[in-house]
Design a protein around this ligand. Structure first.
Ligand SMILES: Cc1ncc(COP(=O)(O)O)c(C=O)c1O
Length: 446
């Protein structure tokens, strides 16, 4: 057990640090003193299953020896070189990314995380096309820096508004709730959503639109993905109007959905720019990347790339990225995520038999969410969009935590996104705790 208790850690952290996305009084954090595989331990020695891979990023699990050793070795060689200097780690990681990203994507600009990858992707799209506007969907999340926050359609952006003038939002797929899907198949609904997107493009003027930015596989916005029909139309629309497609793979990249990238679920879709972070290093060192096609890269052979960061291509981050990709490959974690994802999804579906509050299970691979509802027929959610947690959802969250599952509960959603190294037995353990937690919400069903 650690020498510092959970309550001492919380007290000391609350004393001199500020916490994200909460009033400071309401911040009631967990603590962590050690992590191994899918588990971490708090200051009192209590063990949690990390059911969200922290922030959907610790894909290879906690304390992986290959990552730790590689980072240590890199620190002893070249710990930092300014971004104008060539290093081995930077070159090797970029080559590896070229090999695993969809065909055509060839060169990387390295950042520190997801939001600055998104900022630089938007800059690159505007510099390359000479157009200004970026189209993104409501209910997406692209990061918390000023441009990325406003580009997101998540309600957290509202506190930053009016924001930057060149972002336009449109309605995206949400088969469970979006009214266009009522009395229609998912495919028919997706087709209408794509028609409306195209209409928005006409209203905004295609000649002013640099890029359409979508999460490769929708994440914290509730895994609202749309199917083959939607994505096929997205590609056609981009081709028709000469609009670049930015696939934001910050959350969905690196095996999370059972493929290397979320967008790989739709082989006909060819992003022009991809943003990466999180699973790029499994969070061991902060790093992000903007990967662009050779065609876009060629443009900047003659034209200045007006982007820069003191810590771009940080050697520790690049070394962590290399070791991390080696682990994905050697431990076959992408295939494992697809296989374990089926086990997880089936287990979540099964919970619906005994819990009337379970409205829908959706996702891919180890990237799943459940919707908790008051009534399965009306689909009335157990907690409102952009509202503080309702009483039943607070009880669900408290039960999960008390029984040792660490994950995100948002509005009426509970996320399941454990590290890709999770075993069947560990999935069963986590599901048993979710089972208990859902029993807290059932009595509120009508
Ligand atoms: C799709 C997506 N893009 C961008 C970001 C921002 O990444 P970061 O928090 O590393 O800035 C996130 C973070 O959750 C994300 O999910």
């Amino acid at each position: 057990m650690s020498k510092t208790s959970h309550s001492d850690l919380v007290k000391a952290n609350k004393a001199h640090t500020l916490a994200s996305w909460t009033s400071q009084r309401d911040w009631n954090p967990n603590s962590m003193v050690r992590g191994e595989g899918v588990y971490f331990w708090d200051g009192d020695g209590k063990r949690y299953i990390d059911w969200s891979s922290q922030l959907f990023n610790v894909n290879v699990g906690h304390g992986h020896p290959h990552l730790i050793k590689t980072i240590q070795e890199q620190a002893g060689q070249v710990c930092y070189a300014y971004p104008g200097i060539a290093t081995d780690a930077r070159a090797r990681l970029a080559k590896m990314l070229r090999d695993i990203t969809p065909e055509g994507l060839g060169k990387s600009f390295f950042t520190l995380g997801g939001a600055d990858a998104v900022e630089n992707a938007m800059k690159i799209a505007r510099l390359y096309t000479g157009r200004q506007k970026i189209l993104t969907r409501y209910r997406s999340y692209h990061g918390a820096t000023f441009g990325a926050m406003v580009a997101g359609g998540d309600p957290r952006r509202l506190a930053n508004e009016p924001g930057v003038p060149w972002v336009v939002h449109f309605h995206g797929p949400y088969a469970y709730r979006n009214p266009v899907y009522r009395e229609r198949s998912e495919e028919q609904g997706d087709e209408i959503i794509a028609d409306l997107l195209e209409e928005t493009i006409h209203y905004e003027g295609p000649e002013y639109i640099a890029a359409l930015m979508l999460e490769g596989y929708s994440g914290s916005s509730g895994i609202l993905q749309g199917g083959e029909v939607f994505w096929k139309r997205v590609q056609e629309i981009c081709d028709t109007y000469g609009i670049l497609l930015i696939a934001d793979e910050v959350m969905s990249g690196f095996g999370r959905t059972g493929k290397w990238f979320g967008i790989d679920h739709y082989p006909s879709v060819k992003p022009d720019i991809m943003t990466l972070a999180k699973g790029l290093t499994s969070g061991y060192v902060p790093l992000g990347a903007v990967v662009v096609t050779d065609k876009i890269a060629d443009h900047f052979e003659e034209n200045t790339l007006w982007c820069g960061l003191t810590y771009s291509a940080h050697t520790l981050g690049c070394a962590a990225g290399i070791a991390n990709i080696e682990v994905y490959e050697e431990e076959r974690l992408i295939e494992r995520a697809a296989k374990m994802g089926k086990v997880l999804a089936a287990g979540l579906e099964k919970l619906a038999d005994s819990h009337p509050c379970l409205g829908e299970v959706r996702g891919a691979g180890l990237h799943q969410v459940i919707e908790i509802v008051k009534n399965r027929d009306t689909r009335e959610p157990m907690g409102g969009f952009n509202q503080p947690l309702s009483e039943p959802m607070r009880k669900v969250a408290a039960s999960l935590r008390e029984n040792g599952v660490s994950t995100f509960v948002r509005w009426n959603w509970v996320f399941s996104a454990p590290p890709l190294v999770i075993s069947e037995e560990q999935i069963a353990d986590g599901l048993a705790i979710i089972d208990k937690a859902l029993a807290q919400a059932d009595p509120y069903c009508e």
